[in-house]
Design a binder for this molecule. Structure first.
Ligand code: NAP
Length: 244
């Protein structure tokens, strides 16, 4: 039987793509769509959705997530901007109802795989830096993905690199320091969303790079989340938890 999905934020850039991708796949049945002026709780009840996909905005995502869980549907939250304490609150809500859910701040399979596997190379190459490049309309820097990549890498690094003397001629020349990992943010027209990790070793470098060139790249990850969430009994953070 097809999984019943309601898409919230369905008229947005991501929402439109998500509806189209779901409608093109027989595993899913889009039973409802909501926008800013709709009553989300009533729509979930009326549609009897199994899963609600949310691509709205940072100001409303926490409220939406609470409504989805309270209505007994499984949330697949792609919207960015949930704060750590809000995520903990949502996890408790879902746990109390034995309800599965996924918060996926990056739905690109390539980006998630880079984070899941490449970040582990820091065990062998403790000196590494991240360069993230995005279009010039992106407000936040560094990107959420770069920030998370750096946090994962620093947590996995069991050996600190030797300190090198530095004399900065211009403040910020070495980028942002995220738990000892340097992150460089580039913002230019013509770019979409790109990230490179460079590992440096003795007389060798190892690089891994991911490029998103259209928001269609997020669709396989979102469809996978909509399928896998049906088998979860808790709210998980990051698509890496459902990718083998
Ligand atoms: N997880 C990922 O991989 C991934 C990838 C890309 C983007 N994102 C994130 O996804 C979110 C959406 O991005 P986007 O580019 O699609 O933005 P967008 O084009 O602005 O779309 C957001 C949509 O949500 C609607 N909306 C606003 N408040 C709402 C509410 N209370 N209830 C229901 N709908 C509401 C907006 O309506 P109005 O136009 O009337 O305001 C708009 O149609 C952002 O947070 C973005 O950072 C995540």
């Amino acid at each position: 039987m097809a999984i019943r999905i309601l898409v919230n934020g369905a008229l947005g850039r991501m929402g439109l793509e998500v509806v189209q991708a779901l409608q093109g796949n027989a595993k899913f049945d889009v039973v409802g769509t909501c926008g800013r002026n709709d009553d989300l709780s009533a729509a979930i009840k009326h549609s009897q959705a199994d899963v609600v996909v949310d691509f709205t905005n940072a100001n409303v995502v926490f409220d939406n997530s609470q409504k989805i869980i309270a209505a007994g549907a499984r949330p697949v939250i792609g919207t960015s901007g949930l704060m750590p304490e809000q995520i903990e609150q949502l996890k408790s809500m879902a746990k109390a109802q034995h309800l599965g859910g996924i918060i996926a701040p990056n739905c690109s399979l390539g980006a998630v795989l880079m984070m899941k596997y490449a970040t582990h190379w820091i065990k062998y190459f403790p000196e590494a830096e991240i360069i993230e490049m995005h279009h010039n309309e992106k407000l936040d820097a560094p990107s959420g993905t770069a920030l998370r990549t750096a946090q994962v890498m620093s947590a996995l690094r069991d050996k600190q690199p030797a300190a090198h003397p530095e004399r900065l001629l211009v403040a910020g020349a070495r980028g942002a320091d995220v738990n000892g990992i340097h992150v460089h943010s580039i913002r230019l027209p013509g770019l979409v969303a790109h990230q490179e990790i460079i590992f440096g070793g003795m007389d060798e470098t190892l690089r891994v790079r991911h490029d998103s060139i259209h928001r269609r790249c997020f669709m396989p990850g979102i469809l996978l989340a909509c399928e896998k969430v049906m088998g979860l009994t808790e709210l998980v953070y990051g698509l890496e938890y459902i990718i083998d």
